[in-house]
Design a binder for this molecule. Structure first.
Ligand code: IMP
Ligand code: MG
Length: 173
């Protein structure tokens, strides 16, 4: 294997931006409680680093989903492979995801969670790749907007590898 990794966003830059996002979220939810929903598996590193820095009470939960039927069905379907433990009815829900690419998975997931009657439902993504968007998704809190490149690290994988890199990189062969 001769894969070279080029750093796109350094560990320090990621950490500084996460601190800013956490401060903004803490302000916006002052006096409230949040159910933080980390999306497995890619959102895990971002979720733990972000929630550690949030100053209001946080209940941590996780969900795993995959979308299918994209392109063939008009609305597609979301396949929930691990559901929440918490009941989110009447609660503030903050979805924490690694990257919004086509937006397919998140739009379906948002629809699914909205049907459970949360008090509020917000989306926080570390990265946004707007050039690839197929379905419009409102990202309430975003770390970085990046060009259309395949990135790895900080939870994101290539063939299930590289998730544990402490920075965001681009694979070059
Ligand atoms: P989409 O927005 O429904 O297309 O799916 C987004 C998901 O695809 C993310 O949660 C990631 O798991 C994965 N993904 C999209 N772009 C990248 C990338 O550049 N690197 C690694 N995973 C990616
Ligand atoms: Mg993901």
């Amino acid at each position: 294997m001769n894969e070279q990794i080029q750093v796109m966003i350094s560990e320090e830059e990621v950490k500084a931006r996460i601190t800013e996002l956490a401060e903004q979220i803490s302000k916006d939810f002052q006096g409230e409680e949040i159910i933080a929903v980390g999306i497995l598996r890619g959102g895990v590193y971002f979720c733990t680093e972000l929630t550690k820095r949030i100053a209001v009470p946080v209940i941590l939960d996780f969900m795993e989903a995959s979308s299918y039927g994209a392109g063939t069905e008009s609305s597609g379907q979301v396949n929930i492979t691990k559901d929440l433990i918490e009941d989110i009815a009447g609660k503030n829900v903050l979805i924490i995801e690694d990257i919004i690419d086509t937006g397919r998975t998140l739009s379906l997931l948002l629809e699914n969670l909205r049907a459970r009657g949360p008090k509020s439902l917000k989306l926080c993504a570390l990265l946004d790749k707007p050039e690839r968007r197929v379905v419009e998704v409102a990202v309430d809190y975003k770390g970085f907007v990046i060009p259309n490149k395949f990135v790895i690290g900080y939870g994101m994988d290539y063939d299930q590898k590289y998730r544990n890199l402490p920075y965001i990189g681009v694979l070059e062969e």
